[in-house]
Design a binder for this molecule. Structure first.
Ligand SMILES: NC(=O)c1ccc[n+]([C@@H]2O[C@H](COP(=O)([O-])OP(=O)(O)OC[C@H]3O[C@@H](n4cnc5c(N)ncnc54)[C@H](O)[C@@H]3O)[C@@H](O)[C@H]2O)c1
Length: 414
């Protein structure tokens, strides 16, 4: 892959891919400005050794030549240059060195491995906290203990690995967050502010997932629009709306390349979910495969958006790779793959395991959260702006989940 996004502090223009530079010079409309800047960036020698960092001053330049210089202080490249540099040969953004925060969690554990497959194991750092990582995660690439609330240490990890892209998955999920609202705020918001500040300083792109939890009972719950009322009642939801606003603020104010999706309930067969309202849609498969009855905490007709993990990973990677000029929205895109209720998933499972039984033991906290979330989101903006197109529907996902979990059960792993 072509390393085209300017990387972390200290290596300045030296890491700009020459092949990319030639292509960019000939293709980009404003090639005059770009080629001057790129060649000058390339010619600045070894800033790391000298403690200099390249920067560009558009306003002080004359005509099509901005002023380019070196500084003792790291400075953010202007948005335009960052984006131009970030476009690779296919017109996509490029990630070179990636840090995944919350890497041992339900999404992080699979996203880290998928990114290692696509970008090379050495280029994807697993940031872990208290959750124990799997053996595969530990052994397949670099790993750092990172607490997102410890700004100084997070900053040193980003410097050490020359990180240019941060997947910030550190969070406390909805149900656990209601039991520990201050922790949910501290990790979700103080942690995010640290990520954004450091990313501004070191010019990293940032992906921080939002959630269907960013909506509330006063949002339209059917075909929930991309841009609509967001008045969530949970601390989780409040952190998600705040996170969306902060991420847009850092993009508009400082040019930090922030992008995000509003994930629905994520269904996976690798790592168990971390205490959310949609966890039932994973637990139900394990009960079915083990021949147990399942006590569902949500009512039979509680509709929620859901997504199978392979689609969730694709969303996170595809959005970060897309050419930024295509994005009208950033923080955050509605994305969904299916909308169903407990009755429907139970019926789908009984097609494969006919004697499977679901009983309903409503959990009032989970039910009230679920009732305030969309029944089904409208994700047409994601489809139009960056080509979102999930592959798995309820039937395909059920078949695959049962196949994998049955195999684990036969091997005595669950
Ligand atoms: N899983 C879903 O269904 C779902 C749905 C919508 C949105 N999301 C969002 O996706 C992201 C990842 O979710 P997940 O399901 O993988 O969550 P998870 O609970 O499984 O994992 C979160 C991870 O964050 C880590 N963490 C907690 N505190 C930390 C700290 N101080 N510093 C660093 N790491 C810390 C935990 O160790 C854990 O590994 C979250 O932002 C979540 O809100 C998830």
């Amino acid at each position: 892959m072509c390393p085209s996004r300017p990387s972390g502090i200290g290596d300045g223009g030296a890491s700009l891919c020459r092949e990319k530079k030639d292509k960019a010079e000939s293709e980009i409309d404003n090639g005059c400005r770009l080629s001057i800047m790129l060649s000058k960036l390339d010619s600045i020698p070894n800033q790391e050794d000298h403690g200099f960092y390249p920067w560009v001053n558009w306003s002080s330049g004359t005509g099509c030549s901005p002023l380019l210089g070196v500084s003792r202080e790291p400075r953010a490249l202007p948005v335009g240059l960052h984006w131009l540099c970030a476009e690779s040969r296919e017109g996509r953004s490029a990630m070179i060195n990636i840090l995944v925060l919350g890497s041992a969690g339900q999404i992080g554990s699979e996203l880290t491995l998928e990114l290692r497959k696509r970008y090379g194991p050495a280029h994807v750092v697993a940031g872990i906290h208290k959750t124990r990582p799997s053996k595969e995660l530990m052994e397949s690439g670099p790993l750092e203990m990172v607490d997102v609330t410890d700004k100084e240490h997070l900053s040193s990890v980003i410097r050490k690995h020359k990180i240019d892209t941060v997947y910030n998955l550190a969070a406390i999920l909805s149900v656990v967050g209601e039991a520990n609202p201050l922790d949910a705020w501290c990790i979700g918001i103080n942690g995010l502010l640290n990520v954004l500040e450091i990313s501004h300083e070191y010019r990293c792109a940032v992906f921080t997932p939002s959630s269907i939890g960013a909506f509330g009972a006063s949002s339209p719950l059917d075909n929930t629009p991309q841009d609509t009322i967001q008045r969530p009642q949970t601390m989780y939801g409040i952190t998600k709306v705040t996170g969306e606003l902060l991420s847009d603020y850092y993009f508009k104010r400082f040019g930090v390349d922030t992008r995000s999706v509003r994930y629905p309930g994520i269904i996976s067969n690798v790592t168990l979910p971390g205490g959310g309202t949609t966890d039932y849609a994973v637990e139900i498969f394990y009960a079915a495969v083990k021949g147990k009855k399942y006590d569902c905490p949500l009512g039979p007709r509680t509709f929620l958006d859901m997504m199978y993990m392979p689609d969730a990973l694709e969303a996170a990677i595809q959005l970060m790779e897309v050419n930024p000029s295509k994005l009208k929205h950033r923080n955050s895109f509605n994305v969904t793959a299916m909308s169903f209720c407990p009755e429907m998933i139970a019926a789908e499972i009984t097609k494969h395991i006919p004697d499977f039984v679901v009983r309903y033991a409503i959990d009032p906290i989970k039910q009230s959260i679920a009732d305030s979330w969309p029944n089904k989101m409208d994700d047409s903006c994601a489809r139009e702006e960056w080509g979102w197109n999930p592959k798995y529907d309820l039937a395909m996902m059920t078949e695959d989940m049962l196949r994998v979990i049955k195999k684990k059960h036969q091997l005595g792993l669950i």
